[in-house]
Design a protein around this ligand. Structure first.
Ligand code: SF4
Ligand code: SF4
Length: 440
């Protein structure tokens, strides 16, 4: 079996949060292969910790991936501040021709478009893919999983950072399907009773209102914050409230556009023009303009740039969804891209971003700890990847071993199979998940 088939069979998907099935990327051919270790969500450090502790496995996964896509140039993007990770990677890649590109500590350094331009100097066409400019990009944890796949070990565990107001911020590896509540316990639990959780980041993540929610292949971390923290409050506004405030308070200062990373990279995204749509008295999909379409949802406009604390990102997302629904989601505008002269000067350092978010006091090292985790049960979501949901291949009451296939993807469909993350007995099988109760 070749590496593409092994990766497909092992259910490897983009562990940076995108969830795109990795075997599709490895079946492509490209000049460049880029490993993305430029993690940039404030307070989350799982990629740095994976690079420090599993550099050898990442480099072996990278070697297999490079071979598969027949890449002739390979580079790993890492933030210069993560010197321990850089040292571990340089040592692991000493016998290869791979290079390492150091990035500054800004947001969103880990955006795929930024990584491609930062390493190769190439600009992906509007709404395009790295492959359009001869590149394949994979997150470093994904490459660790590619290595495991080559050893016939499927993806059944997830690295994540537990941060914020917890007793002992930490990075751990947990079985997929474990509940957020149990994950929080691994960090000693929250330090106060009135807390709220952000899942997978403050910028691009979402509030997790149910602590019974299970970890998936896409979970990058859990951040506990005081329930009345401004970031939590802002995420809990309804769409209607966001639009109403935007309608009355946007003074068209253009800061959201001037600081937008995609605008600075040269794309014609202009959130302040999207915000104008909120001023119309009519509603419906036709109110939006095309300036929303190239938004990558990084959140910098909403959570950093706007002096009025408005919601330009959310307006862009609404605009994109509505325009897609009426068949106008394809970019028809300017395809010429030219990096803005002020790009470097307007980069947003993570330190400033954390101060603006009001979370700088929660920064911690969150070092990796190899803890033995034994949940009593796991709930494995059938949809934790791009594509169609996996179809259960086990029955209630059946005994399963860790690593055993429990749900598969029909041959002609896009997706990734799922495997038991613990030894146990299959419990309830619903339309959305398979429960496994641990063997006593
Ligand atoms: S930064 Fe805020 S106030 Fe200024 S144009 Fe953008 S949304 Fe409007
Ligand atoms: S979320 Fe805002 S800052 Fe980020 S790409 Fe979209 S418009 Fe630009």
């Amino acid at each position: 079996m070749n590496i593409v088939e092994q990766v497909k069979k092992s259910g490897v998907v983009g562990a940076g949060g995108a969830g795109f099935p990795t075997h599709i990327k490895l079946a492509a051919q490209a000049e460049w292969f880029l490993a993305n270790g430029a993690e940039c969500e404030p307070l989350l450090h799982k990629d740095r910790e994976v690079m420090i502790h599993f550099a050898q496995e990442i480099i072996e996964g990278l070697r297999l991936a490079v071979e598969s896509v027949k890449a002739v140039k390979t580079s790993i993007g890492v933030k210069a501040k993560n010197q321990s990770a850089i040292k571990a990677l340089r040592q692991a890649m000493s016998k290869t021709s791979f290079t390492l590109t150091e990035f500054g500590d800004y947001y969103p350094a880990g955006d795929e478009y930024e990584v491609v331009t930062g390493i190769t100097g190439r600009l992906i066409p509007p709404q395009g893919l790295p492959l359009d400019v001869g590149c394949v990009v994979n997150n470093v944890e994904t490459l660790y999983n590619v290595y495991l796949a080559s050893q016939n070990i499927p993806t059944t565990e997830k690295f994540l950072t537990i941060a914020g107001i917890v007793k002992h911020p930490v990075t751990v590896k947990v079985p997929i399907g474990m509940s957020f509540r149990e994950v929080l316990d691994l960090a000693g639990g929250p330090t106060r009773s009135d807390f709220a959780i952000m899942e997978s980041g403050l910028m691009m993540g979402k509030p997790a209102d149910d602590l019974g929610k299970p970890v998936t292949k896409l979970t990058g971390g859990l951040i506990a914050l005081p329930a009345d923290h401004d970031v939590i409050q802002r995420y809990h506004r309804t769409n209607k409230q966001m639009r109403r405030i935007g309608h009355s308070a946007c003074d068209q200062c253009t800061y959201c556009t001037e600081l937008c990373p995609r605008y600075l990279l040269g794309y014609d995204i202009q959130p302040h023009l999207v915000m104008r749509s909120l001023g119309f008295t009519v509603t419906g999909p036709e109110i939006w303009n095309e300036y929303a379409l190239l938004c990558c949802r990084c959140g910098l406009c909403t959570l950093y740039a706007c002096p009025e604390a408005l919601y330009p990102r959310e307006a862009c997302i609404d605009g994109i969804n509505d325009l897609r629904a009426i068949g106008k989601g394809k970019w028809q505008g300017n395809k010429e891209i030219q990096v803005h002269a002020m790009k470097d000067g307007r980069r947003v350092p993570i330190k400033l971003l954390m101060q603006r978010l009001g979370v700088d006091q929660y920064e911690s090292h969150a070092e990796y700890k190899d803890v033995q985790v034994r949940p009593n049960r796991v709930s494995i979501a059938l949809q934790q990847h791009v594509g169609v949901p996996a179809v259960p291949v086990v029955q209630r009451g059946e005994s399963v071993k860790k690593g055993q296939l429990i749900a598969d993807i029909p041959d002609d469909k896009l997706g990734a199979p799922l495997h038991a993350s613990i030894d146990g007995t299959v419990g309830e099988i619903s339309d959305t998940a398979i429960e496994i109760k641990a063997t006593a």
